[in-house]
Write a protein that binds this ligand. Structure first.
Ligand SMILES: Cc1cc2nc3c(=O)[nH]c(=O)nc-3n(C[C@H](O)[C@H](O)[C@H](O)COP(=O)(O)OP(=O)(O)OC[C@H]3O[C@@H](n4cnc5c(N)ncnc54)[C@H](O)[C@@H]3O)c2cc1C
Length: 220
């Protein structure tokens, strides 16, 4: 199936024309974003925690210290909601009311499980590392058995998802278009600045291409 089933859980009710349910759109948002926010219930208390993620098919990998409370909750198998946001622009309208933002966001519903096997764990960590910077996994020291032991890796399976997308100029009220206020979009994107060498960097090591050319812009 190329789209997630639309149910009571994932149907975009407000501005439904902005809702998308096809995997291509959802995956595109998930893959472009460096990080996500994981929401879950800690007893009576909702908690939302930012963390890195990486996707393979309908699975997101999350990782962290074995003591990480969020990962403990997710691996316990309770319902989880992961949110991902890409900010594409600030939309300036003539009226305060119609100011907005252009964005692509995804809301993912599902459950997690702890990955135990060493091969599966290493493979998930490779996916996570490559999500951050493609090429890094083969250009660093890989985890020792002890480091693997200290790291919890979670597989979050996407059961249901929605995306929401706003693009384009402001939508002012017809009678406001003649007002003498600037209106338009200030586009935004995540941009890397110049890499900074570690002061302890050994001599003769150049910045690798995958760092120098790092980008998370959407493909043209
Ligand atoms: C960067 C950014 C800034 C925003 N700022 C505002 C703001 O200031 N005020 C405001 O009211 N809204 C804002 N929104 C939109 C906001 O995310 C909600 O879509 C909106 O508030 C409607 O919420 P709701 O609970 O009524 O959604 P409903 O339509 O009732 O939600 C039902 C289901 O639709 C899906 N859904 C809803 N919103 C999203 C979404 N954004 N992405 C993917 N799936 C979604 C989920 O599956 C959800 O369970 C912003 C969105 C982004 C990405």
């Amino acid at each position: 199936m190329n789209s997630y089933e639309v149910t009571q859980r994932n149907r975009v009710r407000l501005m439904p024309d902005r809702g998308r349910y096809d995997r291509e759109t959802v995956y595109g948002i998930v893959d472009e974003a460096l990080l996500c926010h994981v929401g879950f219930m800690d007893g009576e208390q909702p908690v939302v925690i930012p963390t890195l993620h990486a996707r393979r098919g309908d699975v997101l990998y999350l990782h962290g210290s074995r003591g990480n409370a969020m990962l403990k909750h997710v691996q316990a198998g309770g319902p989880v909601c992961v949110t991902i946001t890409l900010l594409d622009g600030i939309v300036f309208a003539r009226s305060a009311f119609h100011h907005s933002v252009n964005y692509r966001s995804a809301v993912l519903f599902g459950r997690g499980r702890l990955i135990e096997g060493e091969t599966e764990k290493l493979s998930a960590l490779e996916t996570l590392t490559e999500h951050v910077a493609r090429g890094r996994w083969r250009d660093c020291r890989l985890p020792t058995a002890r480091e693997l032991e200290l790291t919890a890796v979670i597989e979050f399976r996407i059961e249901s998802a929605s995306a929401k997308v706003r693009a384009g100029p402001p939508r002012d009220d017809e009678e406001d278009y003649a007002l003498p206020f600037w209106a338009g979009e200030l586009p935004q994107r995540q941009q890397a600045l110049e890499p900074v060498n570690d002061p302890k960097l050994a001599d003769g090591i150049e910045v690798p291409d995958y760092v120098a050319a790092w980008t998370r812009q959407r493909p043209a």
